[in-house]
Design a protein. Structure first.
Length: 78
């Protein structure tokens, strides 16, 4: 026989698990949208495509990225 407490917590656990997944998804989307993962993505790509070359430092990466955006504003608002 199942305990009433166990039966009641199963839907609650499922709901909390789903909420945690949604929260992680939102966090991933926002950090990606804001560019927080851009340098890590660059380093991973650079190591795969150019294993014999040293990647830019994080400071160099961001400086180059900002310079590129200034030269080619694209769809920026300002």
């Amino acid at each position: 026989m199942t305990n009433r407490t166990d039966a009641a917590t199963t839907p609650l656990r499922a709901l909390l698990s789903a909420a945690a997944r949604v929260g992680r998804g939102i966090r991933w989307y926002m950090t990606t949208l804001m560019g927080d993962t851009a340098y890590a993505t660059y380093v991973a790509h650079h190591r795969r495509q150019h294993p014999d070359e040293e990647p830019l430092t994080e400071r160099q990466f961001w400086r180059q990225r900002m310079d590129d955006q200034d030269r080619n504003p694209g769809a920026r608002c300002c």
